[in-house]
Design a protein around this ligand. Sequence first.
Ligand code: GRF
Length: 203
Amino acid sequence: TKVGVLISGRGSNLQALLDAAQDPDFPAEVVLVLSNKAGAQGLERARKVDVPTGFIDHTLYEDREDFEKDLDAKLREAGVQIVCLAGFMRILTPWFVEKWRDRMLNIHPSLLPAFKGVHTHERALEQGVRVHGCTVHFVRAEMDDGPIIGQAVVPVLAGDTPEALSARVLEAEHKLYPACLKLVADGKARVSAEAVRIAEGSE
Ligand code: GRF
């Protein structure tokens, strides 16, 4: 399964996907990495392993859909079958989301539906939750919404700072994203009635 990854920055989740795809038994390969930020560290990570990259500067487009049309064209040219959002900081229009319905994944640093949006770790600490974590889900037009493929839970520890909690969650993200992509690429996670059913026998 050919995967395109959209990023805006650091790309540590992209790295986790690239690393997983090194295994010949992994059912997906990253064929294209696109960023809307020129200096994104993730572009460098892709180049290091000879994965084609592209930069699409959203500031050059007046219309969000025109930007997304170019994004879509590049993904299709590369034969992409599944799109993974990995720290991609642009809100996508319903047009784009529908084009990739059930074929676009996102990772979010909270246990959805709690803490949608930004600053999830700060908010988790403020709320005093005792567990926190991350979620991989199919993308729907509403932000950080859509059928959940997988979640990983981490404890919130006494004395946690947002940084410490974020590092703990990030470690979990790097395991969760490849695992969920594998489920989808293997056809073992499917959307039915807007919830994901995981095939029996899947880890
Ligand atoms: C991650 O915390 C991810 O969950 C969120 O944005 C961050 C991206 O980090 N969507 P990175 O670019 O993958 O290192």
